[in-house]
Design a protein around this ligand. Structure first.
Ligand SMILES: NC(=O)c1ccc[n+]([C@@H]2O[C@H](COP(=O)([O-])OP(=O)(O)OC[C@H]3O[C@@H](n4cnc5c(N)ncnc54)[C@H](OP(=O)(O)O)[C@@H]3O)[C@@H](O)[C@H]2O)c1
Length: 314
């Protein structure tokens, strides 16, 4: 059976990788985000992979927009089987230096819009007695870090919301709520974020790929699970945060300044919090070198060492 998968946040990063992954698995797709031009590019990528695709430009923070999106999906394909929600924005800065309007829009986008998606999707799934909602949390829904207070608050809220929805969904067999919690992922989100910190943010190592998170999402659609963590250090960080909170708090600030932000100075800006930036949208953020670059770099280093050794042995 061909499933219909709605993806909110499909124009960039994990959502765009998920669109490609579901397309490759033979599903028909409804792609939503704010930027129509980028969505058209993603549609072409998914059509090339063999999928039927509907594009519905949508701002998830606009009242009633999600009802309209669901109506469009049903009009085109007659059913919604899976709803993957990845849309989110970030803002860097000390809490009191991030403008209130920016903080509020981060929480509106990352928490309240996720609740709005869940409301529309779960009403539909409950009526159909079937369907899987996949929400995107973060390891920052279990731990905290400085300079990202709005994002952290929203992801903690989303964690609680997802658990409550999972408990309610037990009353309707066939309806599933999954939460995917990535660690650091190589996506454009760090450059697209609002910034009031003065230095550009970056994903701390270890960094995983959006394709890996996308595969976890598609696997969840096939075999629903309550929570899936994607990131090698997620478990260690959670244990440290929970068991040794004093030590964690001493270390997290310096570690964040060392590994979570770059030296590159940036003037204060709102990033994509209020409007999309199509030029910055892609699957990858460029924080992980491509395998071919690694091979070239290792090959180049090997050649340099080899010629140095040859010179010394002559
Ligand atoms: N990257 C990481 O390291 C990481 C780690 C943990 C969790 N996550 C989570 O993974 C999810 C995806 O993040 P990402 O890294 O892939 O980010 P991304 O590359 O910046 O993509 C964000 C997506 O959200 C959409 N979006 C933002 N505001 C929107 C709005 N108001 N209405 C509709 N769409 C909106 C964007 O499209 P438009 O701007 O065109 O609307 C874009 O498609 C997020 O929930 C994020 O919190 C990411």
């Amino acid at each position: 059976m061909t499933r219909t998968v709605v993806l909110t946040g499909a124009s960039s990063g994990i959502g765009r990788a998920a669109a490609r992954e579901f397309a490759g698995r033979g599903d028909q797709l409804v792609l939503a985000a704010r930027s129509p031009a980028t969505l058209a590019e993603v549609r072409d990528e998914c059509v090339a992979a063999g999928a039927e695709v509907l594009v519905v430009p949508t701002d998830v923070t606009t009242p009633d927009a999600l009802e309209g999106l669901a109506r469009s999906a049903l009009a085109e394909f007659g059913r919604i089987d899976v709803w993957v929600h990845t849309a989110a924005v970030m803002a860097y800065g000390r809490f009191e230096e991030v403008p209130e309007r920016v903080f509020d829009q981060v929480v509106r986008t990352d928490l309240l819009a996720a609740a709005a998606v869940a409301r529309v999707a779960l009403r539909h799934f409950r009526a159909a007695s079937a369907g899987t909602l996949i929400l995107t949390g973060s390891v920052l829904g279990h731990i905290t870090a400085p300079y990202m207070s709005g994002y952290v608050a929203a992801k903690w809220g989303l964690q609680g919301l997802a658990r409550a929805l999972q408990q309610e969904a037990r009353e309707t067999p066939g309806v599933n709520v999954c939460l995917i919690n990535p660690g650091s992922v190589d996506t454009p989100v760090y450059r697209q974020a609002a910034n009031y910190l003065g230095r550009l943010g970056r994903p701390p190592v270890p960094i995983t790929t959006p394709e890996r998170v996308a595969r976890a999402m598609a696997d969840c659609a096939d075999w629903p699970r309550r929570e899936v963590s994607v990131g090698r250090l997620n478990g260690v960080m959670r244990v440290g945060f929970t068991v040794l909170p004093g030590v964690y708090d001493v270390l997290v600030g310096p570690l964040m300044r060392l590994a979570g932000v770059t030296d590159r100075p940036v003037a204060p800006y709102d990033g994509i919090v209020f409007a999309p930036n199509p030029a910055g949208e892609a699957v990858r953020g460029g924080w992980l070198p491509e395998l071919s670059q690694v091979v070239r770099a290792v090959g180049g280093a090997g050649a340099t060492v080899g010629s140095a050794l040859r010179r010394r042995l002559r």
